[in-house]
Design a protein around this ligand. Structure first.
Ligand code: TYM
Length: 326
């Protein structure tokens, strides 16, 4: 059976880009593959953080993932820090990745420019991500467009390791959805929608109430002219709304433009589709949030399942590397 792995960071609030670019695919793949999904708390340590906030965010993100449709009976859902092999294997990945490869990662370049304190972990972050993926003999990694480069690096690391030390890792491929893979900011459609713009008018959060969602779409930046058509180069704002509307209603962005005459109609239709998409997710989230002990119980089961696979892979890694057994 195909093995699927993906992860999401418990930093900032989950937004529409995370849902359309990744989570919806995660949910759909539960029916056709052996799926493993991870709340990557160790990745949240690459920037200075508040410990209480991290603890709360890890639990609440797990609840939001379940509310979005992940079913712990059908997938393995766990927290990265509960499985020690991730950190241990990350060191092996750091020693397999080239310095130049890590330096070329665009996310590192972007984030190191905007942060005052740049940790070593921010630089080696893609090596930890490679460990996450390779520990599970992963065939497919469902992600948004912004993770493509990290998955390419993971493939290169896996192939290099296999050729140096013998067949050890499965070489994974990225699975990127045809629509919604790169949801842009509603105020700055040249930038992707992002968690770090929390609270900003350009980001739709999964827990925004309907009034907030309608307001944000109403204020969304559109382009000159007045024709509703999909043209990402000349009409980035309108095209982003069409992508969101298409992804939310299961159509291509071009098809979503059908019957829409004015920008105002497009904004209203997109807001309505997103409100309807999020309504059941929000209702389920509020039920789950009332019972944190149940979430912790689910995470313990998930960690046990994940650990079993990760430990077996890492034993193989240790042995092939020539690390002395006990
Ligand atoms: P993170 O937490 O930033 O994002 C989680 C997922 O959401 C996707 N995404 C988007 N998709 C479309 N439009 C957007 N504006 C948008 N913003 C985010 C991301 O592509 C991602 O799929 N490094 C990863 C977490 C990670 C991981 C892994 C992923 C750690 N280990 C192993 C896959 C496999 C990250 O920071 O995602």
């Amino acid at each position: 059976m195909t093995r699927v792995f993906s992860g999401i960071k418990p930093t900032g609030s989950v937004h529409l880009g995370n849902l359309l670019g990744a989570l919806r695919n995660w949910v759909a793949m539960q029916d056709e593959a052996d799926t493993v999904y991870c709340v990557v708390d160790l990745h949240a340590l690459t920037v200075p953080h508040d410990p209480e906030e991290l603890r709360a965010a890890t639990l609440s993100l797990t609840q939001l993932l379940v509310a979005s449709g992940l079913d712990p009976e059908r997938c393995t859902l766990f927290v990265q820090g509960h499985v020690r092999e991730h950190a241990e294997c990350a060191w092996v990945m750091e020693c397999t990745a080239a310095f130049g490869e890590l330096r070329r990662m665009t996310q590192f370049k972007d984030k190191s420019e905007s942060n005052d304190f740049v940790s070593g972990g921010l630089f080696t972050y893609p090596a930890l991500q490679a460990a996450d993926i390779l520990l599970y003999d992963t065939d497919q990694v469902p992600v948004g467009e912004d993770q493509r480069q990290h998955i390419e690096l993971t493939r290169d690391i896996a192939m290099r390791f296999n050729s140096r030390y013998g067949e050890t890792f499965v070489v994974p491929e990225a699975i990127i959805p045809p629509t919604g893979a790169r949801v842009m900011d509603l105020q700055h459609p040249e930038n992707k929608m992002s968690k770090s713009d929390d609270g900003a008018q350009g980001t739709i959060l999964l827990l925004d109430d309907p009034a907030a969602i309608e307001k944000k779409f109403k204020r969304a930046v559109t382009d000159s002219g007045n024709e509703v058509c999909y043209d990402p180069v000349d009409k980035p704002g309108v095209s982003n709304l069409l992508s969101i509307l298409g992804a939310a209603t299961g159509r291509s962005p071009e098809a979503a433009a059908d019957g829409l005459e004015r920008y105002g109609d497009l904004k209203a239709a997109t807001a309505e589709a997103v409100v309807e998409l999020l309504r059941p997710v929000q209702a389920r989230y509020h039920e789950l949030a009332a019972d944190p002990a149940e979430t912790s119980r689910l995470l313990e089961i998930g960690a046990d399942k994940a650990r079993e696979v990760a430990a077996a892979t890492f034993d193989r890694v240790r042995s092939n590397l020539g690390l002395l057994g006990r």
